[in-house]
Ligand binder design. Structure first.
Ligand SMILES: *Cc1c(COP(=O)(O)O)cnc(C)c1O
Length: 408
C-alpha cells in the first residue's frame, strides 16, 4: 500500500470553514424561514468592473482567430501587465520594483502556500496568532512542525500573539527565526502595520538574516495616508522581503484568479556550502516547473485595472466595501460592542460579549440574528474572544444584519 505524507494527518484547521458551513446548514434546515446573511467567509459579492470585464471579453475574441491566438504565456507574465504593475503599484508610490521581479500567479493563496518550498525543512517559521491559516498549514504539510497541542498550536512554530494590548501588531520574536509571515492590512483582525512597525521587522530580518513573506492582498483598502502599501517603502526591505498582492479582493477576481509575487533580485538565501543563492532564481525555477501561467484574457483584465476608467472603477468597488465597513463599525460601536479593524481593511474584529466565547457568540449571531460570522478562535488561540465580520456584502444586507444585531 502506498504510504501517505503523514504530515497531513497533523492538520487541525481546514476544520474552521467546514464547521461554520455545518452549523449554518443545520440552522437553515431547522429554520427554513430564516433569511441568513453571510458575513463570514471573505469572498466578494459585487460584479467585476465593466472596463475589466470588457478587456477580458475582447481578449477571448482574440483567442478565436489564428492571427491573434495566444498559447502558453511567458513564465512570469506578459510584459504589458508586468510593466503596468511595476509602474502603477510601485513606481507611482516611489518604490522600485522591476517588471522582471514580478511573478504572476493564479492566487496569493497558492503563492503563500508554495513559497515555503524553496526554504530548507529545518528553518524556523514565525506566524502571527491569529493568522490566515494557509501560512501555517502549508508548513505543517511540508513537515516543518510537530503535532498540534490542545490549543491548536504546532510544536516547532514560533507564534506571535496579536492582541488588543499590542494593537494587533506582531511583536518581534524573542530569539532567532528564519521565515516570518506578515499580513497587513490584516486578515482576520483588520489591523494595519505602520511604517515604524514594518521598519522594526525589516531591521530584525536584516540582523537575523531572515526572510519576511509579506501578504499585502488588502493594500487597496488602506485609507490612512501614513500606512505603507508595500513593504518596499521601508529602506532595506528589498534584501529581506517577498511581497504578495492579489486582484481577488480589489477587482472581484476571487473566481477569475490572478495575483502576483515580488521577489527582488537582491534577496539571497544561504546554502550549507559556501555561497548564497538568489531566491528570485529559485522561485523562477519552482514556478516554471510546477506552473504554466495566468491565461491571456485574465492578464488583459488585470491590465485594464490600470487604465483611467479601470482604476476609477476599482476604486469605486473598494470604496463601496469600505462604506460597508464604516457603517458596520459605527453601528456596532453604538450598539455597545468593542470593534477593531474596519478603517483600513474590509474586516471587523469584534470583542465577544462577557462570558461568551467565540464559537458561542458565533451561535448567538447565527441563531438570534441569522448572521454568519467567523469565530476568532478558528484563526488561532489568541483569536479566542473575538468574531470576524466581513464587509463583503450588499449594502441592504449589511443594513439588515446591523438592524438584527441591534435587536439582540
Ligand atoms: C483573500 C486573501 C488572499 C488572496 O487570495 P487569492 O488566492 O489571491 O484569492 C491572500 N491573503 C489573504 C490573507 C487573504 O485573505
Amino acid at each position: 500500500m502506498a504510504l501517505l505524507n503523514e504530515n497531513y494527518l497533523k492538520l487541525k484547521a481546514g476544520y474552521l470553514f467546514p464547521e461554520i458551513g455545518r452549523r449554518t446548514a443545520n440552522f437553515a434546515v431547522s429554520h427554513p424561514e430564516a433569511a441568513i446573511i453571510k458575513m463570514g467567509i471573505g469572498d466578494v459579492v459585487r460584479g467585476i468592473p465593466r472596463p475589466v470585464a470588457d478587456a477580458m471579453k475582447d481578449a477571448c475574441e482574440e483567442l478565436a482567430h489564428d492571427e491573434s491566438f495566444h498559447g502558453y504565456p511567458p513564465a512570469q507574465g506578459y510584459d504589458f501587465l508586468l510593466d503596468a504593475i511595476a509602474e502603477h503599484e510601485f513606481g507611482s508610490r516611489g518604490v522600485t520594483v522591476a517588471a522582471d521581479e514580478i511573478f504572476l500567479s493564479d492566487g496569493a493563496k497558492c503563492d503563500s502556500a508554495n513559497l515555503q518550498e524553496i526554504f530548507a525543512i529545518d528553518q524556523i517559521v514565525a506566524l502571527t496568532d491569529p493568522v490566515y491559516p494557509v501560512y501555517c498549514d502549508s508548513n505543517v504539510m511540508a513537515g516543518r512542525t510537530g503535532d498540534a497541542d490542545s490549543s491548536g498550536r504546532y510544536a516547532g512554530l514560533v507564534y506571535l500573539p496579536c492582541t488588543a494590548d499590542n494593537g494587533f501588531s506582531p511583536p518581534l520574536p524573542e530569539g532567532h527565526v528564519d521565515l516570518i509571515y506578515l499580513c497587513s492590512p490584516n486578515n482576520p483582525t483588520g489591523a494595519v502595520m505602520s511604517k515604524q512597525d514594518l521598519a522594526r521587522w525589516v531591521d530584525y530580518a536584516r540582523r537575523e538574516k531572515a526572510v519576511i513573506i509579506f501578504d499585502a492582498a488588502y493594500e487597496a483598502y488602506i485609507n490612512d495616508a501614513e500606512i505603507p502599501h508595500s513593504i518596499y517603502e521601508i529602506d532595506g526591505a528589498r534584501e529581506v522581503a517577498i511581497e504578495m498582492r492579489s486582484y481577488s479582493k480589489t477587482a472581484g477576481f476571487t473566481g477569475v484568479r490572478c495575483a502576483f509575487t515580488v521577489v527582488p533580485k537582491e534577496l539571497l538565501g544561504g546554502t550549507r556550502g559556501d555561497g548564497d543563492v538568489s531566491l528570485h532564481s529559485l522561485w523562477n525555477r519552482r514556478q516554471s516547473t510546477k506552473y504554466n501561467g495566468v491565461s491571456y484574457p485574465v492578464q488583459r483584465g488585470a491590465a485594464a485595472c490600470y487604465t483611467p476608467e479601470g482604476s476609477a472603477a476599482v476604486r469605486d468597488l473598494v470604496e463601496f466595501y469600505m462604506g460597508n465597513a464604516a457603517l458596520m463599525k459605527t453601528e456596532l460601536t453604538a450598539a455597545g460592542y468593542t470593534v477593531f479593524g474596519g478603517d483600513n481593511a474590509p474586516y471587523l474584529w469584534i470583542v465577544c460579549p462577557p462570558g461568551i466565547d467565540s464559537w458561542g457568540f458565533f451561535d448567538v449571531l447565527l441563531q438570534k440574528a441569522n448572521v454568519v460570522s467567523t469565530p476568532g478562535a478558528g484563526f488561532g488561540s489568541a483569536g479566542e474572544g473575538y468574531v470576524r465580520l466581513s464587509a463583503f456584502q450588499q449594502r441592504d444586507r449589511v443594513e439588515e444584519a446591523l438592524e438584527r444585531i441591534r435587536q439582540l
